[in-house]
Design a protein around this ligand. Sequence first.
Ligand SMILES: Cc1ncc(COP(=O)(O)O)c(C=O)c1O
Length: 301
Amino acid sequence: MPLAYFKNEFVPLDQATVSVATHGLNYGTGCFEGIRAYYNEAQGKLYILKLREHYERFVRSCSIMRIDPGHSVDEMITQTVELLRRQNFHQDVYIRPLAFKADPVIKVTLEGIHDEFAVFAVPMGDYLPTNGIHVMISAWRRLEDNAIPSRAKVTGSYVNTALAVTDAHLAGFDDAIFLTESGHVAEGSAANLFMVRDGTLVTPAVSDNILEGITRNIIMLLARDQGLPVSVRPIDRTELYVCDELFLVGTGVQISPVTRIDHRNVGPGTVGPVTEHIHSRYRQAVRGDVPEYLDWLTLVN
Ligand SMILES: Cc1ncc(COP(=O)(O)O)c(C=O)c1O
């Protein structure tokens, strides 16, 4: 039986429900996180990846949206570890914390409304193929920070993702890449992006309307540890057509190599060596097989 932590107790997931009049449901006034836990079969251990960093971002998102999750980062970490421990998972898991404006009021405001916090976890494997995907540049633009804060993980802002990814799927692509209103590359539909040009990993800056991704930080650290240069700078759309390698990164997608974009091959149209190298290091690290990166992980059992 899947469990949730909701209203300060552990309950069956199907009992963690809200009214249709809930403010967050009507107006998208919530913040959430997506966190992965990886099961290491050989060690018989479940590790949560970057748990503290996710809750720290959650608190920052909530602060932008004037939502009070009602718990400290340490308390939410403890509740999440306990949620997983109680379910005794022996597989990879996706964890979803959520805080939202909970009162049943018809009034568009962030003030004077009481907030709720919930967290639940479900088994999850790969979200996107990891052997090479075909993406399109979306006709939809990534939301502007001055319209809906792009560095906050706000529930309502995922309308932007849903529009882009649905168009991409209906047109036969695996995913979409957003440009900013100024025409520079922002990110994937729910993932950050790196391209490789002449041996340098390049990714857009946090001021290009991206979510400040935790996997993005991991990739930059892995690259530096491997002696690969990293550049944070604006990227033009057509640079993606002529780059050597391209990949999406995020908690959900993990690392997803892009081998075709807008009906053009990326490099030779196969997964490139830099992507392959970073990917294999990432896979080992998140499962607790790289001693120097064990401090990224929270052990559940
Ligand atoms: C819009 C968006 N960008 C980027 C990311 C990647 O962020 P992270 O690596 O922190 O999961 C996500 C979430 O996975 C996202 O929803």
